[in-house]
Design a protein around this ligand. Structure first.
Ligand code: GTR
Length: 388
């Protein structure tokens, strides 16, 4: 067993010259061979096909129905952050078939910006202290003061409310409402559950007069970044997606087999993706999709992806290439990407919508540098003619 683990770790590689030749599945050829030449055919035929392929082969189904949803205010402080912001904590409870699940949402809204305001929503996969409503802990992972000073609301929920991040306990969350998901090979697991949670927060934002629900960015780091991508792909109400160091099964191309691979992620985290995904362990080329098609599902909405130079595990180049290969779908909407042909130098941000990217100096993390660029990109997205 130990030896097997060791061999598995050894199988990951960081040598660009060892990236195999590969052919990506074409986002613009429909299953019946028809070329997709305009946004209409993309939306009517090809986009639903690709969404289905991701559901069936990677992230699982996304249940859309439930019996009811309730929003209960737990705490409201109009003079939080020394008067700069309103703090509102809300319990979002979803009911189905006699079961319920609750999401605890922390939200700060700037007091000096015209309401309703645009918002960032973080899918928090790290310690809850990172999103401290009392601001005793001020973490760069969720720099609420920075967002508030920039005129944005900022919200967060913790992944454990939806599915504990654990291969046995992940079922003890929203999946209690959807036990049928556990009976099928294309049923959702933890990453799907976290993305589903983001969609329920959006259900709440739509009823919240403080928030401009047409201007909500879903943000996630690493495994949270995978969930943010999936949330934005599944729920087109998100105006913008920010995926930080999301790597394998996130924004990085699987076929490059660089850094983390499908076999490894499925072994270490068997509770993240559906059962069918295990068929692609060491068989990346057999997948009917690659991750550029996940980016394409977010088009024409703006997307910002990041990497960190010391985080080769998440394949910075493969992430950049994924965005490049999604450009063709943005073009169907008349949107030109400003991404250069080659990845930009370290710390150089391409922050022109619809596709933004940077590779920050440093390790696997989400920092003030990253957030400063998210804010600039979100601002530009809002000021342009695009979705946000
Ligand atoms: C790693 C995993 C990555 C990424 C990361 C994280 O162990 O291999 O895919 O999700 O965890 O979430 O920080």
């Amino acid at each position: 067993m130990l030896l097997a683990c060791f061999l598995n770790v050894q199988a990951q590689q960081y040598d660009e010259s060892k990236v195999p030749a590969y052919t990506l599945p074409d986002p613009l050829t429909a299953a019946d061979g028809r070329p997709v030449k305009n946004a209409r055919t993309w939306e009517k035929i090809r986009r639903p096909e690709i969404l289905r392929l991701f559901e069936d082969n990677i992230y699982g189904q996304m249940p859309r129905t439930f019996d009811s949803i309730r929003f209960a205010v737990l705490r409201e402080d109009p003079r939080a952050m020394e008067g700069k912001a309103l703090l509102k904590e809300t319990k979002i409870t979803v009911y189905r078939s006699g079961q319920s699940v609750s999401i605890q949402l922390v939200l700060f809204v700037p007091n000096n910006a015209p309401r309703p305001v645009p918002a960032f929503l973080l899918i928090n996969n790290r310690d809850k202290k990172n999103t401290d409503p009392d601001r005793k802990t001020k973490s760069p992972f969720w720099p609420a003061e920075m967002a508030i000073d920039s005129g944005f609301a900022i919200a967060a929920f913790h992944v454990s409310d939806l599915a504990p991040d654990d291969k046995t306990n992940y079922v003890n969350g929203m999946l209690r409402l959807y036990p049928e998901q556990l009976q099928t090979d294309n049923g959702m697991k933890a990453i799907g559950a976290w993305a589903w949670g983001a969609a329920r927060v959006m259900d709440y934002f739509i009823t919240e007069p403080l928030i401009d629900a047409k201007k909500v960015a879903v943000v996630g780091h690493s495994r949270g970044g995978k969930a943010a991508l999936w949330a934005a792909a599944e729920d087109q109400r998100f105006a913008l997606c920010i995926t930080n160091c999301s790597g394998n099964s996130g924004a990085a191309l699987a076929r490059r087999q660089f850094g983390e691979r499908i076999s490894r992620i499925n072994t270490t985290f068997p509770h993240w993706f559906n059962n069918n995904y295990k068929k692609y362990n060491d068989r990346e080329n057999a997948l009917p999709v690659d991750q550029h098609m996940l980016i394409a599902l977010i088009a024409p909405r703006p997307l910002y992806a990041t990497n960190a130079t010391k985080d080769l595990w998440a394949d910075p180049k493969g992430t950049f290439l994924s965005l490049k290969h999604a450009e063709q779908v943005y073009r169907l909407y008349g949107l030109r990407s400003s991404l250069p042909d080659e990845p930009p130098a370290m710390n150089v941000a391409v922050e022109v919508p619809p596709l933004g990217y940077h590779n920050r100096e440093g390790k696997h993390d989400m920092t003030l540098f990253d957030w400063a660029h998210f804010i600039r990109f979100a601002r530009k997205s809002m000021n342009s003619r695009m979705a946000m």
